[in-house]
Write a protein that binds this ligand. Structure first.
Ligand code: UD1
Ligand code: CA
Length: 467
């Protein structure tokens, strides 16, 4: 049976009180509609139609080629939204999954189970339901005496008895495609919100004597519909625990999963330990046996086996094996650390490669640089890579020693095995194994400190101690 899907993503989401369209609000780093489309894709739907309206451009831009688009110019309700897909798939034979763009937690396994049940029971419609401790805001599932689904009543249209029903509509359905579009033609907007409800299709098919089935979620958390920031926070929390549990199942230790924030695309090797307050974003990939955190924030960063990153912020960095980074290090795009590199406290690296075994232990800035292996960059030494207009490169050869507080004014090359004396400001290249000293000579004046003190004291006394 051909599988199709319609993703409802045209609503504005007024209750979010946001400039950002509702379905684009991220949950664990991915817009809600992205989670939904990914889930649908896993159910091997041959065609995926996204119904767009509010923020249509932005939603299309985000989803790109992963969906076809139907425009709902005016948002007249979820039934009206589905009708907009009619010109695209109305004539198809098969089963159509309809899912709301604001229910990011519905899992691929659930969708698959629902599709199977729908086929097995030969149903015209199957609705995903959940028993909620607090069903407020959701449509209620009204069942007959034999437990058959009779209809769905929206919260605002509920009688007191209906409002007491704790089984809710999760907003995900399977429909026989032809019957869906036929039934939609008889949906009216005669209800509390004056909208064309998709949920009315359930009652219409039931009255026609068609089989309407329900698939009850074991975990009601999957059914969360995000209409406001409270629900967004809850969806984020639940998704976070779901993602974290997957990493734990793969052999990653999370010291405190409730305070570890890992986006969906991140990979982590086994025996890695992640400490609290750590945020792993984008395409970050961490090898096995690493120690990450506490409080590290990594975006699109690759970390090799056995490395330790404490209190580190990294964006677009590639870190080799067995490196030690932090505490309080900042690795910016283009950072490449070889094996066993040490980057210590209050060090910033940008667009620079640092070779095997090199050390930048404290208080340095290394930008636009190519640093060899076995190099030591002393405390406070920096590359001056910018003249206000141009960025220039600093090259440092293998085993060079850069003394503390040296300034390397780029473009400049320090040869292999060269020695730059502490406090030097280097403006000319240094050849291999040379020593460069660029600072004024020290002069000691014996006993002069006493004179200075006496003079200072007399100035203070003359001014009455007020200076
Ligand atoms: C809907 C269901 C409700 C269910 C709940 C589950 C209806 C009438 N009600 O209510 O039974 O319990 O979802 O979360 O279907 N949308 C459009 N065009 C529109 C209106 C909405 O594309 O004209 C989209 C929205 O962007 C959203 C989805 O449809 O992604 C659901 O709309 P929303 O207004 O959030 O419906 P609920 O009131 O939550
Ligand atoms: Ca909703």
């Amino acid at each position: 049976m051909k599988r199709m899907a319609i993703v409802l993503a045209a609503g504005q989401g007024k209750r979010m009180k946001s400039k950002l369209y509702k379905v684009l609000h991220p949950v664990c780093g991915k817009p809600m509609v992205g989670h939904v489309v990914d889930t649908v894709r896993q159910a091997s739907c041959e065609r995926i139609v996204a119904v767009v309206g509010h923020g249509a451009e932005a939603v299309r831009e985000f989803l790109g080629e992963s969906a076809e688009y139907a425009l709902q110019a005016e948002q007249l309700g979820t039934g009206h939204a589905v009708s907009q897909a009619k010109p695209l798939i109305g004539a198809e034979e098969g089963v159509t999954l309809v899912i709301c763009g604001d229910t990011p937690l519905v899992s691929a396994a659930t969708v698959e189970a629902m599709m199977k049940q729908h086929a097995l029971e030969g149903a015209a419609a199957t609705v995903l339901t959940a028993k909620m401790a607090d069903p407020a805001g959701y449509g209620r599932v009204v069942r007959g005496t034999d437990g058959e689904v009779l209809r769905i009543v929206e919260h605002k249209d509920c009688s007191p008895e209906e409002a007491a029903i704790d089984e809710i509509n999760a907003g995900t359905y399977c429909f026989d495609n032809r019957l869906l579009f036929e039934a939609l033609d008889s949906v009216t907007n005669d209800n509390a919100q004056g909208e064309y409800y998709l949920t009315d299709v359930i009652g219409i098919l039931q009255k026609q004597g068609k089989r309407v089935s329900a698939c009850l979620l074991r975990d009601p958390a999957e059914a969360i519909g995000v209409n406001d920031r409270m629900a967004l926070g809850e969806a984020e929390r639940l998704m976070r625990l779901r993602i974290n549990a997957e990493h734990q199942a793969n052999g990653v230790t999370l010291i405190d999963p409730a305070h570890t924030y890992i986006e969906t695309g991140v990979t982590i090797g086994s025996d890695t330990v992640v400490y609290p307050g750590t945020i792993l974003r984008g395409r970050t990939s961490i090898g096995p046996s690493c120690v990450i955190g506490p409080s590290s924030d990594l975006t699109d960063t690759v970390v090799g086996t056995g490395s330790t990153l404490r209190q580190t912020v990294a964006d677009g960095a590639v870190i080799g094996e067995e490196c030690a980074v932090g505490p309080f290090a900042y690795l910016r795009p283009g950072t490449k650390l070889g094996r066993q590199v040490k980057v210590g406290d209050f060090v910033e690296i940008k667009n620079a490669s640092i070779g095997e075994g090199s050390k930048v232990p404290h208080l340095s800035y290394v930008g636009d640089a190519i640093v060899g292996s076995g190099v030591n960059i002393g405390c406070g030494a920096i590359t001056a890579n910018y003249d206000g207009y141009n960025k220039s490169v600093t090259e440092i050869g293998d085993n060079a020693f850069i003394g503390s507080n040296a300034n390397l004014i780029a473009p400049v090359k320090i040869g292999s095995g060269a020695y730059v004396v502490a406090g030097s400001t280097i403006t000319h290249n240094v050849d291999d194994n040379d020593l460069a000293i660029a600072r004024s000579r020290q002069v000691n004046k014996p006993g002069y400190a006493e004179k200075i003190r006496a003079r200072a004291k007399s100035i203070k006394e003359k001014s009455g101690g007020n200076s």
